[in-house]
Design a protein around this ligand. Sequence first.
Ligand SMILES: C[S@@+](CC[C@H](N)C(=O)[O-])C[C@H]1O[C@@H](n2cnc3c(N)ncnc32)[C@H](O)[C@@H]1O
Length: 235
Amino acid sequence: MPESASPHREITSFVHHRARFTEGQLNAWNRWWSTYGHEISALLDGSEPYDPPAWFGRTAPLIMEIGSGMGEASAAMAAAEPDIDHLAVEVFEPGLGQLLKRIVEADLRNLVLLRGDAVALLRERVPPASLAGLRIFFPDPWPKRRHRKRRLIQPAFVALAASRLAPGGTLHMATDWDDYARQMLTVAEAAEGLENTAGPGQWTPRPEWRPVTKFERRALREGRTVHDLIFRRVA
Ligand SMILES: C[S@@+](CC[C@H](N)C(=O)[O-])C[C@H]1O[C@@H](n2cnc3c(N)ncnc32)[C@H](O)[C@@H]1O
């Protein structure tokens, strides 16, 4: 349906692609999704509670990654930060299948996967001031002008994100698209309750601990610059 035919449909930051699983991803999906995964639709319609302490079997600082892709960074961060509980949110099922494989291979206990729209989840189910961090690495750049409205990092989204962070919690973004990086900087600096940890107008030097993914490797190979931005929620 053309967008103009459905004026009330919300514009999402993703489009649904036909899921093409590899055999390994599909096997992992069939075997492990019910153990490590939750459907955001079930959380939204109330058939399942949003309950991280029950999912992880403990209460620990909680970090949400939006758009975990193939899960390269997600699995590495969860392994490197055992005292933090990690939620990886993604719509792309083969990527979640790949991440399930990584979870099982590395026996990770502090990573839970959520399938669906992270924006709806944040808005409808994630309590205010409940996250220690939000990570958004290489969000879809939507480079065509007519698609810009699909970009995730917009004023309304950043206000929502800020409200879900606990005081002191951080919003960490990274992108290899210069004009998107500038948009992130402008939007986050204008948001109430967020402070740029690098100082006004500054990029954050690439943190050593942020795992390199395929998107970043390709950007560097093609001569693009990667910008990190880390903002802190101030009370
Ligand atoms: C360009 S990829 C980057 C993946 C990964 N962060 C990396 O660096 O390799 C962006 C991902 O964000 C996902 N995504 C976009 N909007 C989303 C949303 N609202 N909720 C959940 N996932 C989303 C897309 O499906 C896509 O896999």
